[in-house]
Design a protein around this ligand. Structure first.
Ligand SMILES: [Zn+2]
Length: 411
């Protein structure tokens, strides 16, 4: 079954199809690790976990790469405040990030490269662009000259320049770029900020070259799917496309998929504004499965206004549905709920996810199945159907990442 979605680059509906053999390739922009992950992060990575699970559930391998940005101004500032090195802080926060993702049953990507390990590759890529005439240098900083770029489709810089966007971290006072569409590839830095030697100055790479360097190390470009939050379209994914066009004549990816936000009081949940609920805080009131189920209850391209009340309510509904399903496959004998009714609706749930990642519709169907079981009056499967029942529910589990055959989480 294909995944149908709106490709944010072409703004058209596209499909991603199982390839029968070759793994699909996906790169997701990972977190900048300097403080605890919040519910907005959980939702973003859950969206791409769902893409992966949609194909895994059909036996289609998908290579999933997601970086860790482990050096950046905010990391440096926080490390200074805490009196530790940026390496120590970013290692600790990266551990915390993967811990929280694991609690929410978000599959660990196949590789999670940390930016600081790829600085030499980034320097080599910048030199290649320099030799091709795509860059200019100002007092030790190297800029990509966007006016030199030709051909190849890209996001519209003019449209996004004024829109909400995650800006390139400023760092020390950088010389002005010649054009607002230009972006920094290398910038000079001084301790305690991280710095590496380079042909231009002692400093650090710009943000956009990081993901290009790591993606090109692990994947064949253009990859099948590149993802992140909507606020990464400009300048980040715009810049990655320019870099890719300069170096290899193609956009970075064949398709782009961007998730909407979790909001609080209609503002995007973000570390930088402090309007957030950390995953740990959320898990004090709802179970991991309940939080996952709540986040899946809204389609990826619609904002979700976080409400503790709704999360708790969803957690209760989820717990009841989970109990119904887990109890059903615990036993069998005599008359019971026919496994064919469980099997029969799996494709419906898969199709819901394949239709623009309609996890909301998928979760509704799971709820209907649980209600159907409760209405039937049976609390077990029919004789001889237990193995088939468990196997079927395991398919639902793989697709949705929710425990349905065992209550493996603390309630
Ligand atoms: Zn990125």
């Amino acid at each position: 079954m294909d995944l149908r979605f709106c490709d944010t680059l072409s703004r058209k509906e596209r499909t991603l199809s199982p390839t029968r053999g070759r793994p699909l390739q996906m790169y997701v922009c990972g977190p900048t690790v300097y403080s605890a992950s919040h519910v907005g992060h959980a939702r973003a990575y859950l969206v791409f976990d769902t893409v992966r699970r949609f194909f895994l559930a059909q036996g289609q391998p998908l290579r999933h790469i997601q970086n860790i940005t482990d050096f950046e101004d905010k990391i440096t500032r926080r490390a200074i405040q805490e009196g530790i090195s940026w390496e120590e802080l970013s290692r600790r926060e990266a551990r915390g990030f993967f811990g929280r993702m694991g609690e929410l049953n978000i599959l660990r990507p196949d590789a999670t490269p940390a930016s600081s390990h790829y600085v030499r590759s980034m320097i080599a890529l910048i030199r290649r662009m320099e030799r091709k005439g795509y860059t200019y240098t100002r007092r030790g900083a190297v800029y990509f000259d966007a006016s030199r770029s030709i051909g190849s489709s890209n996001f519209s810089a003019d449209e996004f320049l004024s829109a909400h966007a995650v800006p390139e971290p400023g760092g020390e006072a950088l010389p002005e770029a010649e054009d607002p569409r230009d972006f920094v590839l290398w910038k000079p830095t001084r301790p305690p900020a991280p710095s590496w030697p380079s042909p231009w100055s002692r400093g650090m790479p710009g943000w956009h070259i990081e993901c290009y360097a790591m993606a090109s190390r692990y994947l064949d470009l253009p990859m099948d799917l590149h993802g992140g939050g909507l606020d990464l379209i400009f300048p980040h994914h715009y810049a990655e496309n320019l870099i890719s066009t300069a170096l290899r004549g193609t956009p970075f990816a064949q398709h782009f998929l961007h998730n909407a936000f979790v909001t609080m009081d209609a503002r995007k949940m973000a570390k930088s504004t402090g309007s957030l609920v950390t995953i740990r805080e959320a898990l004090e009131t709802v179970s991991p499965g309940g939080l996952r189920s709540y986040l899946l209850s809204r389609r990826y391209d619609q904002n979700l206004e976080y409400s503790t009340y709704e999360a708790v309510q969803r957690d209760g509904e989820w717990e009841l549905d989970q109990c119904t399903l887990v109890d059903l496959v615990r036993g069998n004998g005599g008359e019971g709920y026919p496994v064919s009714r469980l099997e029969g609706r799996f494709d419906e749930v898969l199709a819901a996810v394949g239709n623009h990642l309609g996890t909301n519709a998928a979760m509704r169907t799971v709820h209907e199945i649980a209600e159907d079981i409760r209405r039937s009056g049976y609390t077990r499967l029919a004789r001889g159907e237990r193995t088939a029942g468990r196997r079927t529910l395991a398919r639902y589990e793989l697709l949705l990442g929710l425990p349905l055959t065992v209550r493996s989480e603390a309630q």
